[in-house]
Design a protein around this ligand. Sequence first.
Ligand SMILES: *[C@@H]1O[C@H](CO)[C@@H](O)[C@H](O)[C@H]1NC(C)=O
Ligand SMILES: *[C@@H]1O[C@H](CO)[C@@H](O)[C@H](O)[C@H]1NC(C)=O
Ligand SMILES: *[C@@H]1O[C@H](CO)[C@@H](O)[C@H](O)[C@H]1NC(C)=O
Ligand SMILES: *[C@@H]1O[C@H](CO)[C@@H](O)[C@H](O)[C@H]1NC(C)=O
Ligand SMILES: *[C@@H]1O[C@H](CO)[C@@H](O)[C@H](O)[C@H]1NC(C)=O
Ligand SMILES: *[C@@H]1O[C@H](CO)[C@@H](O)[C@H](O)[C@H]1NC(C)=O
Length: 382
Amino acid sequence: MKNNQHTIVSPPKLFNPPFQPSSLLSLILFFAFGLSFGILLTFQLKNVSFDFRFNEFSPSSTTANPTTQNLGLEHFIHPLKTNHNMSDEELIWRASMVPKVTKCPYKRTPKVAFMFLTRGPVLMSPLWEMFFKGYNGLFTIYVHSSDLSSNWTESEHSVFYGRRVPSKNVQWGKVNMIEAERRLLANALLDFSNQRFVLLSESCIPLFNFSSIYSYLINSNQSFVESYDLMGPVGRGRYSRRMHPTIKLHDWRKGSQWFEMDRYLALEVISDKTYFPVFQNYCNGSCYADEHYLPTFVTKKFAARNSRRTLTFVDWSKGGPHPARYTRNDVTLQFLEKLRSSNHCDYNGRKNQTCHLFARKFTPHALDRLLRLAPKVMHFNP
Ligand SMILES: *[C@@H]1O[C@H](CO)[C@@H](O)[C@H](O)[C@H]1NC(C)=O
Ligand SMILES: *[C@@H]1O[C@H](CO)[C@@H](O)[C@H](O)[C@H]1NC(C)=O
Ligand SMILES: *[C@@H]1O[C@H](CO)[C@@H](O)[C@H](O)[C@H]1NC(C)=O
Ligand SMILES: *[C@@H]1O[C@H](CO)[C@@H](O)[C@H](O)[C@H]1NC(C)=O
Ligand SMILES: *[C@@H]1O[C@H](CO)[C@@H](O)[C@H](O)[C@H]1NC(C)=O
Ligand SMILES: *[C@@H]1O[C@H](CO)[C@@H](O)[C@H](O)[C@H]1NC(C)=O
């Protein structure tokens, strides 16, 4: 008797005239093999793009078809589109991957990811258009727009064109705001060139030109997540004892939602499976996760990498739950100069005159004055 392995690979035996038990066995095995191969092939052709499989099976067909998917590096490191159908869980898993080989096999120009967390459109977009002009390749824009019913569109020539990421509903002060921030971070992390990540609102403006902001961020050896310990009802008063023991009262921090961070910290934030669930479960009601989650998490785990200050200026001096809004008459040369040279801050271990790179909240009425003053005061390319 021949062994099975031999009979499988020799089909001609099937046509031997007398039917012996061994050839019957080989017939059955051959059929089974053929059938499973057929099923497998059909399955693959159905689920995966036909072009892709076809190329894989026939090395001779190397004609460059621009629509053909390939496994090259370019697509992987520079995703061109922000649109995808990954669930949050899938997206975060995909974005959390870090190359084990640290040396980069291509020339990488670091980029800054500008992440806009908005309701509808980016209200100050004409100013941002002016800001970004001439700096292609050094930035990437992501817009998370929580107003899912709005169907605003940008012109094809806009830097915001096609930059919306798959978004979900966001309520002011609710934990789904952090979910949106994590979604923005994860989308931005998919681009390996993004090294710094700044969160902005629709009413934010830049206070310096692109080259100044880029160099400030790229050269900083710390992240900018504001964090302080505040006694009283709007500080420690928002802590819930149910967060114990993961988060203790003395771990509790407060700070502005508007952060800027490096890639290392961004990866840690989206991968946090310890502290974030505690906020999801127990930071509800009058807790305001957006003012506490990142300050608490970053201070507890990565305090040395954080400057504990925010780069986004805002005026709370008028009191109440919302900061001051700036409209047309507020925008003067002196006002902008004041915002630009606010205080003395630590930057890379040295005193620096620049504390804030961005400011909020500006209404669309302030736009034409800003556009007029920006080249003069903020040295934008006119
Ligand atoms: C995304 O689309 C693919 C097919 O295009 C589908 O198989 C998959 O289930 C979709 N994923 C989600 C999360 O909708
Ligand atoms: C989308 O925009 C068009 C034109 O601006 C408007 O007529 C329509 O009602 C909008 N649809 C929704 C769902 O907002
Ligand atoms: C502040 O930091 C910026 C960005 O690196 C730098 O260009 C500037 O010279 C610094 N200013 C001072 C006063 O050190
Ligand atoms: C917060 O959530 C917890 C658990 O889900 C619930 O028991 C509690 O009543 C909620 N508190 C508020 C103020 O909504
Ligand atoms: C940042 O740079 C300054 C000056 O070189 C140094 O003193 C400080 O320790 C650095 N911080 C970090 C987190 O690397
Ligand atoms: C950007 O602004 C700085 C002053 O903040 C100025 O020195 C520099 O020349 C400007 N850069 C460009 C490219 O205009």
